[in-house]
Design a protein around this ligand. Structure first.
Ligand code: FMN
Length: 202
């Protein structure tokens, strides 16, 4: 069986969300047989064939003004012309999302919802974070996985006076890694299941 291919399409203005994207990639690569490719939103718009061949696409963007960044939005709109309008090419691929911002909340949920809607418009199957919220009790800590308490996707927080060498912190990178691993495990199950259901190899 060929390996499930998972592409991470992301934008990062100053490198913080790029750290999160790299962590998602590391999580994907922990699953035997899964292959991961990182593409910036600009490179992705020159590689539609690679995206068409992917089994899953994970979308990532910083939260700017309570929303996806303008450059991520440009990629979304390009996909509308190039993929959606030309035959629903991403239908039934697996999708997931992540975002990073300066504030703890920073209205990141609005960004994750926008990414999930984008995936739904493409007919993709959304994979959520699959972690309980953490750092929400007397025994919780900033080192907890999912310390920011998201369900829809992975959130990260980067202090605005720190560079991407130190922000976002390790807990948020491990949370992103968890999302990558979960997407890869789900994609392996989905691809194998679809092949078995169609009478091909399991
Ligand atoms: C134009 C702009 C708008 C921003 N809006 C938000 C916001 O709505 N919420 C927030 O928490 N941080 C906001 N930030 C902070 C960024 O999300 C934060 O610096 C993030 O780490 C940037 O990631 P990047 O280095 O990958 O671009 C904003 C930054 C910029 C440049």
């Amino acid at each position: 069986m060929s390996s499930p291919r998972i592409i991470i399409v992301y934008h990062s203005g100053n490198g913080h969300t790029a750290r999160q994207a790299e962590a998602v990639k590391a999580g994907i690569e922990q699953v035997p047989g899964a292959e991961a490719l990182l593409l910036s939103v600009e490179d992705a718009q020159t590689r539609w064939h690679d995206l068409a061949a992917a089994d899953a696409i994970v979308f990532g963007t910083p939260t700017y003004v309570g929303s996806v960044s303008a450059r991520f939005k440009a990629f979304q709109e390009a996909s509308s012309h190039t993929v959606m309008a030309k035959g629903f090419g991403w239908k039934d691929k697996i999708a997931a999302g992540f975002t990073n911002s300066g504030a703890r909340s920073g209205d990141k949920l609005a960004t994750l919802i926008q990414i999930a809607l984008f995936a739904a418009q493409h007919g993709m199957h959304w994979v959520n974070l699959g972690l309980p919220p953490a750092n929400n009790s007397s025994v919780g800590s900033e080192d907890d996985l999912n310390r920011l308490g998201f369900w829809l996707g992975a959130g990260a927080q980067s202090n605005v006076d720190q560079g991407p060498d130190v922000a976002p912190p390790g807990a948020d990178l491990r949370t992103a890694e968890h999302l990558g691993r979960r997407v890869a495990e789900t994609t392996v199950q989905f691809v194998r299941g679809r092949r078995a259901a169609s009478g091909r190899e399991s």
